[in-house]
Design a protein around this ligand. Structure first.
Ligand code: ADP
Ligand code: MG
Ligand code: MG
Length: 870
């Protein structure tokens, strides 16, 4: 196997497409060298194959020979030799994986200098200051990066030298003092490592290459890959490149540039540069940089050449590129390019603009593929308006957007603070249905436990409320929360970013940019492409949510969870009265009150979705969720502080207590046990629909039964709907469909029979996953899942990305069997997977009619459907 490729190696395909082999940086250096023929200092790339081999079994056989041969060739081309006492060749050693990865080893510059060659460089350039400056930079870099010595020590010596010379800037230290500094640096290395600083350039190079390979498995790199879902097996490439010197003199410099504005997508000249500087000086912030446009004044010819290169790069990559360049004594050198990172707004505006760009001629399909879910999230949710803050801790970004407010630890306190007009962040170990009013009153939610489909995460996403969950460094103690040395008390201000999972102390400024007009256009293209395949509906439980969903382009409601209507503060007592009822008359009275209330809710929702289908799921959760916490009542009992009301609640709580509530009396089973309940809900819904219709509206109602296991059970439930329809005399052409969720494996397998009763299926893939795996979602997410993922026992969290092997198979079987019994059966998905792009692609493949997701996720789902079809 060949490990080493020079930048102009004649690959069989364009090197820019060989990132898996050459890494991103190496692939583009080769592309610029051999395809675009831009001025790039010569060099070669050691492939990712070599890195993988090194990780598996140490320094690979044959690599030394290949590297030596490549170095000799480089020496010949440059007309200089490594370590030459007269005119030495210097190189940089640069890491570069397939995906750009912070946390990988930094670049070592000026490699090849030693005590002898530095004199050669000084004589050759007639500039001892430059030579010693390069050498002391090299020693410090090599010591820090390759030998792991703390850079503070070198900084201390540098500061001392500046003080001694009475100068402020590194560049003003006189040559003699720099030479002295080099000596001090070398002594430091010797005392830290017990060995003299390596003088042999071959030894230096070998050290740097091994350090790059080794950094692939450094903790920072591993953590980054975990977060971004990058394969740990990829490995990194290493680039060895002849040095050019931006720190040569005032006719030299170094800079970075973008072919368009990466923040807005506007055309123009964007970037920074520094005269007489090297490498990271531009981004390190040690000196004030100048805007790239100023380059025209310093080096007009270089500037025009660079602008020409920008144009060629854009045409070639057909996208916005960023570049790193250096000017050495008036000559321009390109050191890096890649398709540049950009904000959501810039991504969108550039993608649309490039469809009408005469040179780039992006197709609509290509434009759609340029936008990521993160891009849309950035545009639809507030963000921190600054990057200058200290991160307190991080958790999982569970619901995108940023929020600031005062911390409250209970839902009651959160509600009171909200009523006082405060911005609230609810901070809890985890949330439960008891906390929904507290969450509703909060600007954001932070929990220390739970994963991306924990209660807090799911509810927050549904409302578009920023949430960070599973921030496990938060320690609850003494009525507050501690993170390391920081104690947060009630009322303290914090800021959270639910996109990145960042938590910080204090109140950061927020901004939410108005989405650019291109957003609608692009999503319209997405819908055109998706037409006839799959549409996107929303999960919404209230009129306002339904309105938001419609604004985001939802083609109806795929899941209206009626239990949320029961949890509202003014409804909960009525529900409790119904559960506690001593007599049928009392129960009926409570049901009647609920009916009137629900009817109003339904009317609002149907109105907001006029003309579009609205799927209403009848009550689903176990009844105990509507009762107070049994533990709290038991404590009261032992204190003897139970009220009469409490006594009844405790009794009911005991009656409804279940060992496995998720497998107990819930869903349609609840309906079977309390038939009046479902009949009441259906009546409320149908009455609302008829009222809307009489007012000239166009309601389309879909009544959905949860957790079905068989045809007889579903037929039993169907009778209630028929009954309500007959009772209301609703034969005036009201459009009512009857259907069921498919969330038990049994229902999926018996879909043929069930479809004889059901006019539609909605796959509740949360429960279907839960029941297929036998995983209690709320229990496995915290402790078990991370270990399963880390050990590779599961490829991904099946509650986040739908399981391709079994769950999708069940969906597929149910879809086929359902269609065979009823060819025009409507098939949809509700639940968290309906908003996940990867899962959406799987559902598109099966040919389902729609997915339903939270309102704020609708644009992302619309895009994902189209992208899966491109
Ligand atoms: P990163 O991946 O962190 O951007 P690079 O490998 O691009 O690291 O190196 C950082 C900087 O070092 C480059 O932007 C460039 O300024 C400088 N550099 C790297 N190689 C060379 C070289 N051969 N000649 C001059 N400067 C170089
Ligand atoms: Mg770079
Ligand atoms: Mg369910």
């Amino acid at each position: 196997m060949q490990f080493v490729f020079s930048f102009d190696y004649p690959h069989e395909i364009a090197p820019m497409n060989l990132k898996h082999l050459l890494g991103g940086k190496g692939a583009n250096l080769a592309e610029m060298t051999s395809v675009l023929e831009l001025p790039v200092p010569h060099g070669f790339t050691i492939s990712t194959d070599a890195c993988r081999a090194y990780i598996d079994g140490g320094w690979p056989d044959g690599l030394t020979v290949e590297v030596d041969r490549a170095l000799t060739e480089l020496e010949e081309r440059m007309g200089k030799r490594l370590g030459d006492p007269g005119d030495p060749l210097l190189v940089s050693v640069r890491s570069g994986a397939q995906f750009s990865m912070p946390g990988m080893m930094d670049t070592v510059l000026n490699l090849g200098l030693n005590d002898v060659s530095v004199e050669g460089l000084a004589a050759q350039t007639d500039d001892p200051r430059f030579a010693y400056d390069s050498y002391r930079r090299f020693i410090a870099m090599y010591a820090r990066i390759v030998q792991g010595i703390d850079s503070m020590e070198f900084d201390r010596l540098l500061d001392a030298a500046k003080e001694l010379a009475g100068v402020d800037s590194d560049g003003d230290i006189p040559a003699e003092l720099l030479r002295y500094l080099v000596g001090a640096y070398k002594e430091l290395v010797a005392s830290e490592t017990g060995q003299p600083f390596p003088q042999d350039p071959k030894v230096q190079i070998r050290g740097a290459i091994e350090a790059v390979f080794g950094s692939w498995n450094g903790p920072r790199a591993i953590a980054y890959r975990e977060r971004e879902g990058i394969d740990h097996r990829l490995g990194t490439a290493v680039n060895v490149q002849a040095m050019v010197f931006g720190n040569r003199d005032d006719n030299s410099g170094t800079g970075v540039g973008f072919t368009r504005d990466p923040a807005t997508g506007d055309q123009g000249v964007y970037g920074d540069f520094l005269v007489n500087a090297q490498g990271e000086d531009v981004v390190a912030g040690v000196r004030m940089t100048e805007p790239l446009a100023e380059l025209e004044n310093h080096f007009p010819e270089v500037f025009h050449q660079l602008m020409e290169i920008f144009e060629r790069l854009e045409l070639h990559y057909r996208d916005m590129c960023d570049v790193e360049f250096t000017v050495e004594q008036g000559k321009l050198w390109m050191l890096q390019t890649r398709v540049g990172k950009r904000t959501g707004m810039a991504a969108l505006r550039m993608a649309v603009a490039m469809t009408t760009d005469a040179g780039i001629k992006l197709s609509k399909e290509e434009a759609l593929l340029r936008i990521s879910p993160d891009h849309l999230d950035q545009m639809l949710h507030p963000q921190f308006a600054t990057t200058k803050f200290e991160v307190l801790t991080t958790g999982l970004g569970a619901s995108p957007g940023a929020a600031v407010g005062k911390v409250y630890f209970t839902s009651e306190a959160a509600v009171l603070a909200h009523e006082r007009g405060e911005d609230v962040i609810l901070v809890r170990k985890e949330t439960s249905p008891d906390d929904v009013h507290g969450m509703l009153a909060s600007n954001g939610v932070l929990t220390s436990r739970g994963g991306l489909v924990s209660h807090a995460a799911v509810v927050a996403r549904g409302w578009g409320k920023p949430a960070v969950v599973g921030a496990d460094q938060l320690i609850f103690e003494g009525g507050g929360v501690r993170v390391g040395d920081n104690l947060i008390r009630e009322g303290d201000e914090i800021s959270i970013d639910g996109t990145t999972g960042t938590v910080t102390l204090g109140r950061l400024p927020l901004e939410v940019a108005e989405p650019p007009e291109e957003l609608d256009l692009l999503l319209q293209w997405a819908d055109e492409l998706s037409a006839g395949h799959m549409s996107v509906r929303a999960n919404a439980d209230s009129g306002p949510d339904a309105e938001v969903a419609r604004r985001f382009g939802a083609k109806g409601i795929g899941l209206c969870r009626t239990e949320h209507m029961f949890l509202a503060e003014d409804r909960l007592p009525i529900v409790r009265r119904m559960i506690l009822a001593d007599t049928p008359a009392d129960e009926e009275q409570a049901l009647e009150e609920l009916r009137v209330a629900q009817r109003q809710d339904f009317l609002q929702i149907l109105r907001a979705m006029d003309g579009l289908p609205v799927t209403v799921r009848l009550l689903d959760p176990p009844l105990h969720e509507f009762l107070p916490d049994i533990e709290a009542l038991l404590i009261k009992e032992s204190n003897g502080t139970l009220t009469k009301e409490d006594e009844k609640l405790l009794e009911a709580a005991k009656t409804w207590r279940e060992f496995n509530p998720m497998l107990g009396v819930r869903g349609v089973r609840l309906g079977v046990l309390k038939p009046g309940l479902y009949t009441m809900q259906v009546r409320a819904l149908l009455e609302a629909a008829m009222e809307l219709k009489r007012a000239g509206g166009d309601p389309h109602v879909e009544v959905m039964i949860p957790l079905t296991i068989s045809k007889p059970e579903l037929a039993y439930a169907h009778a209630w709907v028929e009954e309500a329809l007959a009772e209301l005399g609703a034969d005036d052409g009201l459009d009512v469909l009857f259907g069921t969720m498919i969330e038990t494996p049994r229902a999926a397998l018996l879909a043929m029979e069930i479809a004889e009763v059901a006019e539609f299926f909605s796959f509740g893939t949360n429960d279907l996953t839960q029941l297929t795996y036998g995983f209690s979602r709320d229990d496995v997410e915290g402790k078990l899942m991370p270990i399963y993922l880390a050990q590779g026992l599961l490829p991904s969290n099946p509650f986040k990305v739908v399981d391709e092997e079994a769950v999708i198979e069940l969906v597929n079987i149910a879809a086929k069997r359902g269609r065979s019994a009823r060819p025009d059966i409507k098939l949809g998905v509700c639940g968290e997977h309906g908003g996940d792009p990867e899962s959406i692609a799987s559902f598109v493949k099966i040919g389902l009619d729609y997915v339903s997701c939270s309102p704020y996720r609708v644009p992302i789902a619309r895009l994902a459907v189209a992208q899966s079809l491109v």
